[in-house]
Design a protein around this ligand. Structure first.
Ligand SMILES: Cc1cc2nc3c(=O)[nH]c(=O)nc-3n(C[C@H](O)[C@H](O)[C@H](O)COP(=O)(O)O)c2cc1C
Length: 409
């Protein structure tokens, strides 16, 4: 009988003769008879992502799969979505290794994002006039259904069978069909002529944002020009990409940037300019001096510097410093790091963010279930934003502020 391999995680194997008790499949079941609800127990992919493999390849892979299921039970659960090491602290260092989703070093910054958010609790308040909360808003002039955006991510082609272009497209299109906006990351992979992020942007008619790594000014000016040509909503750089492990491994130089260098990039384009990767007041003020329209408070999901604070730990002080500047009120502030639910989104908004970016939950879906998966997660987050607003007596996004937070320990 036929043997199969999951083409997404490259780990899960299925032997039709044996069936698979783990996912409720009886012996002698062919893959086409799997229920539509079936998901790969390692990465969550659907049954159409299983590919036929030879007997020989099956036995090689089966050994790896057994090792994975027996020795890395906790890591497996992380890949299917239970990625909160607060409840499973032993996962810290192994976090997300098979899908390349881990944090750098011991994963302490990654963990601090979750810890920082969990220090805040939402104040339940219900004896007020009931209204349907208004969740829709606009990001840089574009209407969106919820103040949640798809974080820029790249590099998934190193750890799964997806191409950088398809990954970027799945994020952009998934966000678009969910009524919001996705960002693209900057892969360290070589590409033929056109950058995969630009190809993906073109495919969604410019309904996305390109974020590029802080490489040479000439390369950045060229990439920004291409984004503008494809009518991106905005363009920017992740200044903390200066610590990118993938770029270092690929031998591609990335740098810190001066205010003057950022000014040069900003003034090269008519598009709104984003500086992402800010974790201190000094950088926020410098980015404003350089003319940034949007500042992204982010530690790159803990992927570039270990032992850093969580984003929710530093957010309100940075927001305060920004708002006190002359242009402060016009600056758009995004925050990301450890956001997993609509309740987390509301906490970030209460701490002062205007918009919240979500990373890993969308990456996992973009790889395993494509556009539909990305849309599904965003809808799930939106549902929880609505519930959180009803339960904290917030009828509009403007009403979400620090008064709905209770600080725990
Ligand atoms: C696999 C992966 C790749 C990433 N690649 C990029 C990138 O190319 N550019 C960028 O600005 N941020 C990148 N990030 C950081 C995200 O944009 C975002 O800051 C982070 O994932 C948010 O944390 P969360 O994953 O806990 O939601 C990446 C994150 C992950 C997990």
């Amino acid at each position: 009988m036929v043997k199969w391999l999951c083409a997404v995680c490259n780990i899960y194997v299925y032997d039709e003769e044996k069936g698979d008790p783990l996912t409720g499949i009886s012996p002698n079941t062919v893959v086409s008879e799997f229920p539509d609800s079936w998901r790969c127990p390692v990465c969550g992919a659907t049954k159409d992502r299983l590919v036929r493999i030879s007997e020989e390849e099956y036995w090689q892979k089966a050994r790896a799969y057994t090792d994975f299921t027996e020795k890395k039970e906790q890591v497996r659960s992380i890949l299917i979505g239970a990625d909160n090491p607060l409840t499973q602290p032993e996962l810290r260092q192994e976090y997300g290794v098979p899908l390349g989703l881990r944090g750098i070093g011991q994963g302490l910054t990654y963990l601090n994002n979750l810890k920082a958010l969990s220090k805040y609790r939402l104040k339940k308040r219900l004896i007020t006039q009931h209204e349907e909360p208004v969740i829709e808003t606009t990001f840089l002039g574009k209407k969106i259904s919820v103040p949640v955006l798809g974080a820029p991510m790249s590099g998934l082609s190193y750890v799964s069978n997806i191409t950088e272009e398809d990954f970027a497209f799945n994020i952009l299109e998934g966000c678009k069909v969910a009524g919001t906006i996705g960002f693209t990351g900057n892969t360290s992979r070589d590409y033929e002529v056109i950058h995969p992020a630009i190809i993906a942007l073109k495919k969604v008619n410019g309904d996305g944002v390109n974020i590029f790594k802080p490489q040479s000014q000439d390369a950045l000016l060229d990439l920004i020009r291409q984004s503008e040509k494809e009518k991106a909503i905005a363009v920017g750089i992740d200044i903390d990409g200066a610590g990118s492990v993938n770029f270092a491994l690929a031998g591609k130089p990335v740098f810190r940037k001066t205010i003057d260098e950022l000014k040069e990039l900003k003034s090269s384009t008519r598009l709104p300019f984003i500086v992402k990767g800010i974790m201190c007041e000094e950088d926020a003020l410098a980015a404003i001096d350089a003319g940034a329209d949007v500042i992204g408070i982010s530690n790159h999901g803990g992927r570039v510097l270990d032992s850093g604070p969580g984003v929710a730990d530093v957010l309100s002080n940075i927001v305060k410093a920004v708002r006190e500047t002359k242009k402060g009120k016009e600056i758009v502030i995004t925050a990301d790091g450890g956001v997993r639910t609509g309740f987390d989104v509301v906490k970030m908004l209460a701490l002062g963010a205007d918009f919240v970016l979500v990373g890993r939950p969308l990456a996992r879906e973009a790889v395993s279930s494509g556009v539909e998966g990305v849309k599904r997660i965003l809808e799930y987050i939106k549902t929880d934003v609505r519930i959180a607003m009803i339960m904290t007596s917030c009828n509009s996004l403007e009403e979400i502020d620090g008064t709905i937070l209770v600080k725990g320990r």
